[in-house]
Structure formats: structure tokens, C-alpha cells
Design a protein around this ligand. Structure first.
Ligand code: KDG
Length: 320
């Protein structure tokens, strides 16, 4: 069987070899990235069976995304190749501090054409959990409806569902983004916003108020990411659980940290089960924090993610 299904767009990623403006960066290394495939890689390395659903152009960049993910052990058998629309690309720009800038070239990409008519029964076949993000709904006129349909189908099948809002302000307007992201919360079990995303969605509140409000909207577990302050989890009918951050020696690239966090959290959830149990919730948060902090210390979204034995060794205080 399949542990986790996810759906989204991955892009070829060009990373400059120098810091500063891309206008003066002559050399790039090529990788691939995308929020959902980052989560897929994280989970696959930890030993879970993951199916990634997407559309890619019938082009060499589509080939490299497919072979990279297949090489990570991910089931890519449902990916559709589209000869009319291309694979997307994006560039990072490293400033030497803070979050890198990103420049997308993804309008009119193969995934932007995704619609509910494309959704197939075989996508969720034999799977336990669905993970989605708020990026896919931003990509095209019908991508949000496709994600919603898939969430509803997953629920009917008795699967659990996680949702990371992954707000990308460059991709859509403020009102549209807020309405769509809020409408997906009732369809998920595990909601994983960052504190700034929480504020974007419902205004400035205390952590406890965020937890209560999102639970009230229908999520069963709310995991609030606090960045360098760690994270805090809220589950229906139990008290909040706070998890301390792991110390980071040098931040290299923050892009992908949220996805590593999600992979860590979901791995804990899939192993431990019921998140109303405080110990289970604490274990999942701790893993999430650790994976997130690890991701920031490597260039690239997912290259620094650990295999299962490495994770267990590092978490138990072993040396790298
Ligand atoms: O979460 C990391 C992603 O944001 C990055 O890889 C690119 O998928 C991407 C996006 O849409 O921002």
C-alpha cells in the first residue's frame, strides 16, 4: 500500500553559485524543487511509500524532475506528460541573509491546466494519507477545484488529510488567496500554518487564539510554526503542546524548511497515530522542528534531508 499521496507542481530550480543580484550571477547549479515533492522526498527517505501526482511538460526539464523523484523511491506512475504546456522553472537569489528571493517562470505550465476533470480514482488507490498545499490552488483557474475534489474523495475513503497553506504572495491576489486557503481548512485533519500565514488568514491573534480558531474551522490538529521559536500544536480536547527549536549553526537556505517540517511531522503522525495524545503530538513536533532546522543548513530545498537511521541517530544526540 501507499502511505502518503500528494499533488503539486515541481519545477526545475536554478541556484546561482554566487550571492547577490541575479543580474551578476553567471553560473548556476540545476536542481528540482516543489513544496509537495520536497515533502515526498523527506517522507520517502524516512521509509514511507509516497505517490506524487502532477503534470509535467513533455520536455527535458520534465524528464529530470521525474527521474530525480523516481530515484528517491517515489511512485511517479500517475504523473501525466503534457505536450502542449511546459515544465515550470524558477530561480533563487541568495542575499547572504534572510530568506532567498525567488523568481518563478511557471505561468501557463502543465500543472496550471489541472482541472477536476483530470482527477482519477487511481490517484488515491490504496493510500492512507493525502498531503496538499495552498500553492497548487494558486497556479491556474481550476487547480483549486481539483485539489478540493481530491480532498473530498480522500475524506470519503476514510484517509487522513494534511494541508500546509504555503502562502505565495507572488502567485495570486490577497483576497483570492485568503478565501481559497480558508475554504480548504474544513477539509483537512492536520493544518500546518506558519505564524505569518495565520496572521494573513485571520488577523493578529495570540498563539492560543490561532489554535482555537483553526480548530473551530474544522481542522482536528493545528500545528503553528514559529520559526526560530519552534512550534506549538493544538488538538481537539487536549492542552497545547509546545516544542523547542533545535539550534541552527549556520542558515544557508530557508526555502524548503516548511516542507521538511511537514515531512517530519507527518512521519511522527503516521508512526504514532492519534494526535490528541500529547506524547504523540510532542514526538511529531520535535521531529518536525528538527527536520526544518536541518533543511535550512543546506543549499537546495531537500538535499539535506536525512535517511531514517540518520534522523534517529541525530535526534538521539549523536554527532553528524
Ligand atoms: O516550499 C518550497 C517551495 O516553495 C519551493 O520549492 C518552490 O514550490 C515552490 C513554490 O511554489 O514556491
Amino acid at each position: 500500500g501507499t502511505d502518503v499521496v500528494t499533488i503539486g507542481e515541481s519545477m526545475v530550480l536554478m541556484q546561482p553559485m554566487s550571492e547577490g543580484s541575479l543580474a551578476y550571477a553567471p553560473l548556476f547549479t540545476r536542481s528540482i524543487a516543489g513544496a509537495e515533492s520536497n515533502v515526498s522526498i523527506g517522507l520517502s527517505r524516512l521509509g514511507f511509500k509516497v505517490r506524487w501526482i502532477s503534470r509535467l511538460g513533455a520536455d527535458p526539464f520534465g524528464d529530470v524532475i521525474l527521474s530525480t523523484l523516481a530515484g528517491e523511491g517515489i511512485d511517479v506512475s500517475r504523473v501525466v506528460r503534457d505536450s502542449s504546456y511546459p515544465t515550470a522553472i524558477y530561480f533563487k537569489e541568495f542575499k547572504g541573509y534572510g530568506d532567498p528571493n525567488v523568481y518563478y517562470y511557471r505561468k501557463g505550465s502543465a500543472v496550471s491546466r489541472l482541472s477536476p476533470r483530470d482527477v482519477e480514482d487511481s490517484w488515491l488507490q490504496g493510500a492512507k494519507h493525502l498531503h496538499v498545499t495552498g500553492i497548487t490552488p494558486a497556479l491556474g483557474p481550476e487547480t483549486g477545484d481539483a485539489v478540493k475534489l481530491l480532498m473530498k474523495q480522500a475524506r470519503e475513503l476514510g484517509m487522513t488529510i494534511s494541508f500546509d497553506p504555503n502562502l505565495r504572495r507572488k502567485l495570486w491576489g490577497e483576497e483570492e488567496a485568503r478565501a481559497m486557503l480558508l475554504s480548504l481548512i474544513p477539509l483537512c485533519d492536520i493544518f500546518l500554518p506558519g505564524i505569518e500565514e495565520a496572521e494573513f488568514l485571520i488577523g493578529e491573534k495570540t498563539e492560543e487564539e490561532y489554535g482555537a480558531r483553526f480548530l473551530g474551522l474544522g481542522a482536528k490538529t493545528v500545528v503553528l510554526k514559529l520559526g526560530e521559536r519552534g512550534s506549538i500544536g493544538f488538538a481537539e480536547g487536549s492542552s497545547p503542546v509546545k516544542a523547542d527549536p533545535f539550534p541552527v549553526t549556520r542558515i544557508v537556505d530557508t526555502v524548503g524548511a516548511g516542507d521538511a517540517f511537514a515531512a517530519g511531522f507527518l512521519s511522527g503522525f503516521l508512526e504514532g497515530g492519534n494526535l490528541t495524545n500529547e506524547d504523540n503530538l510532542r514526538t511529531a513536533l520535535k521531529r518536525a522542528n528538527f527536520m526544518g532546522s536541518l533543511a535550512t543548513q543546506y543549499k537546495g530545498d531537500w538535499e539535506g534531508l536525512p535517511k531514517r537511521d540518520e534522523l534517529l541517530r541525530l535526534l538521539s544526540g549523536g554527532k553528524e
